[in-house]
Design a protein around this ligand. Sequence first.
Ligand code: PLP
Length: 587
Amino acid sequence: MNVEEFRKYGKEVIDYICQYGTNIEERDVAPTLDPGYLKKLLPADAPQSPESFKDVLEDFEQKIMPGVVHWNHPKFFAYFPSGNSFPSVLGDMLSSAIGSIGFSWASCPAAAELETIVMNWYAKALGLPKAFVSDAPGSTGGGALQGSASECVLVSLITARARAISELKGQTSVHDSVFLPSLIAYASREAHSSVEKATKMALVKLRIIDADEHGRMRVDLLRQAIQNDVNAGLTPFFVVATVGTTGGCAFDDITEIGKVCRQVSSIWLHVDGAYAGNSFILPEMRVFSAGLEYADSFNTNPNKLLLTNFDASALWVRDVMNLKSALNVNPLYLRHEHLSGVDYRHYGIPLSRRFRALKLWFVFRTYGIRGLQEYIRNHMALAKKFEMLVRKDERFEVRNDVHLGLVCFRMRTGDEPNHMLLAQINHSGKMHMTPAKFNGRYVIRFCVTYEHATEKDILDAWSQIKCFAEEILRDHQLESSSVPTTPEGSERTSSEPMAPVAGKPPIKKKLTRTKSLRFSFTRSISREQYQSQSEHLMDGCTPILVVDPKTLQENFQKAADDNERSNSNGNSKLKDISDVDTDEASN
Ligand code: PLP
């Protein structure tokens, strides 16, 4: 493509983006497709000869767009927001156009220096302790942009692990891995699954601490667990507190957790504020950031609640030397003479880094802190509106404390009608929501995500939810006597029956798609899989399939048997466990 073609098609793409945003409501928020839809539409091999860009764009609209979930649709209430905005997109375009790989100051001085400046702007805008702000007097801390919150958690854990091992090791020359079995991390059962993943990758133990009825980590249990583990000769080294849990947007008490962590010198306290950490830009939300002075590290995702498109996750640490000593490698080909310039390759896992600070800088400058505050306050007000509507309807209940943009609600029935309700909502294509298990109960997460969300979006959604609920209640022909009493924390008692919706015949609407038997409730797993695996759906946001240990063992045995057979046939190829059909494994 030459520069004139780029100019022409670039303008067309911008026009397309504008039109997409303006007319997005004409599209279903999420498609109803089966896996493999695209394979049927595209050739199996890349073209040998160049194709026209016009054809590519046409295929984009006709083949790719039908498979897109529109996260920036006014009726997208799933997960958390995928932060996005025009200034951010433009910043990212420039970053792509420049294409600098800023791993060191020398490889792109502007990228390195802007990242430092923007991370300090951001820290100050959130009112973070001075220890995290690199240009604060006496500070040894600072921040860096990472690819995801999961990466921030992993980087923090690896850094904490290095620090703990170094303390244990002292002057001895034993290998670091010798200390791994003694290391133990802690997180609440409401913490994001990325914590579990990080501990898996780092080969350390994780103790899950129970949460209270509000979804906050039980600090008394944390204290007790740490004490027990110390008595048992283990080394507690990493505690994760969450501000804004995925399942119910609960805020752990960082001050109380911090005080416990201070008792044990090997503990590194990480605070995960992927979504809600951004809300500290509002002074009225800082009641939840109290205690951050105890934290060794803190992360937020501006790509969730700060109008910045993926990927952009911020990680601040109290002492950057800890990061550098855990992650520093220094081959000759990466060295340069400007030793006072920051080399961000020491602050994370990859060497190569995009110029992410650019889009965040565009966002801060074009919205201003005030604009960002208004955006978040609007989400908060709309979530409160939705909460009020749900609470006013006695057939429903709200299960979480609504502090930000997330409302976890359910019908006051057993779980099955609520599964059906979510299935109906998502099957309609007109709204999109996700499930969670919050405080032991199945809930539907309703999160305000759209940048320009209005009260009308909320009222429309609520009226559609009620219609679906009425159908389901009729369908299940709920008798007042069959309505289970709701458990802990609910206002309803057994003497307050669920009102059946009378007058219309039951609607036998089957959502199960006959061909694939896939049940459209998250669009990513089947209903049968969900039912058999529901115990594992702990992260509340992205349903994760965990193969049960028995099946895994059987598959492992099968792989081993196959291996032995092929070995005895003179074929030495090792069969990997991953060769076993995972569908088979998970059924
Ligand atoms: N932490 C929390 C509290 C989250 O809600 C999420 C995702 O929703 C994550 C971590 C993981 O975020 P990422 O997708 O950026 O890894």
